[in-house]
Design a protein around this ligand. Sequence first.
Ligand code: FAD
Length: 443
Amino acid sequence: MTFIESRSSTGQRTRVRWRNWAGSVTASPERVVRPTSVSEIQRLVTESPQHWRIRMAGSGHSFTPIVPSDHLLLLPHDFSEELGIDSKRMVARVPAGMVLHEVNLRLAAAGYALANMGDITAQTVAGSISTSTHGTGVGFTGLAGQVAGFSLVTATGDWLHCSPDENTEVWRLGRVSLGALGILTHVDMRIVPAFRLRAVEEPRRLDEVLDNFDSITERSDHFEFYWVPHTRWALTKHNTRTDEPAIPRSAFSKWLGKTVLENYAFGAVCAVGKAVPSLIPRLATALPSSGRQEFVEASHDVFATRRLVRFHEMEYSIPRAALPSALRNIVQMVEREQFKVSFPVEVRVTGADDVALSTSFGRESAYIAVHMYRGMQYEAYFRRVEEILAPLDGRPHWGKLHFQGAETLRKQYALSDHFVALRAELDPERRFLNSYVERVLGA
Ligand SMILES: Cc1cc2nc3c(=O)[nH]c(=O)nc-3n(C[C@H](O)[C@H](O)[C@H](O)COP(=O)(O)OP(=O)(O)OC[C@H]3O[C@@H](n4cnc5c(N)ncnc54)[C@H](O)[C@@H]3O)c2cc1C
């Protein structure tokens, strides 16, 4: 997220401008505030003009225009509060604006961890759960499925605590809320004892992975792979919980692998591909030769990487059983339509959860994510992929690009009508909506 304050020639502050990580969504709200307490949020909500739309930003890592407000934009709050760890209940109470990276460090220092997460940790806890952010693993859920309770300031300025025992309807429907129910102040995350993962990363033949998709995904705790377009190769990653002592990558090999090869070298390949797209299929053949890597490290170091190359992304969840044929259809479509795609296509899985607007609500899911290097045309490619995935009971990630609206989405999200009714009850004046949320939930 970038946040730019502009000043006039006399030094007076004029309008501020907010921009998301991908640089594709901007906002110039009337007022921007970084609150420092719950009571400040309550005051901001009750004292702002009634017609103002109020949105809270996380780290701006969503690709969709899910954050902006033209009126009041709150930035991740700075409560200077520590995590409250309840080791009996195995729950950590986290200030909602804290980024996952900070949560991981604090939990690790106390001997705890989150059970699963996505592939970066730059997002805030509130932002992650609000869009159904997830990692991979058939026996695990996304982040919203790891929530034990949350507190939010509603349109009336009330501060509600929601859990399976309190305000149960808001709890049942509101763990993934797109920022539409109010301002989250704290999230209670379930925690587990700190653990290490044995990571095995290696290229394998795509057909072999797809032919054995079920058994491969079930063989390790957290499996994912990247199909390299224009090749028949998949870069696979198996992460399995282990009690073995750490066998870390050296600082140099980590830097070489994660920073140089996955970011700068890959960025250079993408930049060449952008300048001369016809070279992309030949450049792609270099990726599978990245070799085999094996190491044992703390879970949060294995789950997450830094992403320095900017891109646009769309991701769909589909029933897990539909994955092999869906991906084969995408492979054929890319060949047939001759799209030049320099970014690998990412495949992950999760177990079912009971979170109303979660992409894995009520079913084991597989996820297919497509990316395009920033500055290259993505729409035709993403639309063709969506045509393949949406009819398979496909549910788009709320924070990633897609082309659907409320009419089609309400069929995919069984409880979306209940969510919409709850939203209308909590916020009849629609103060927490913006045009993206209206597009996907209905005006
Ligand atoms: C490089 C990169 C890697 C990514 N990797 C993954 C991944 O592995 N898995 C995955 O599922 N997704 C991934 N994403 C998507 C990302 O996790 C989601 O878009 C997530 O929502 C971003 O969190 P954020 O803190 O940046 O929130 P933002 O994008 O800033 O906001 C998201 C939503 O949360 C709301 N919100 C934020 N704070 C509050 C609050 N306090 N109260 C109420 N509402 C609030 C906002 O209003 C908005 O509706 C990735 C994105 C990028 C750019």
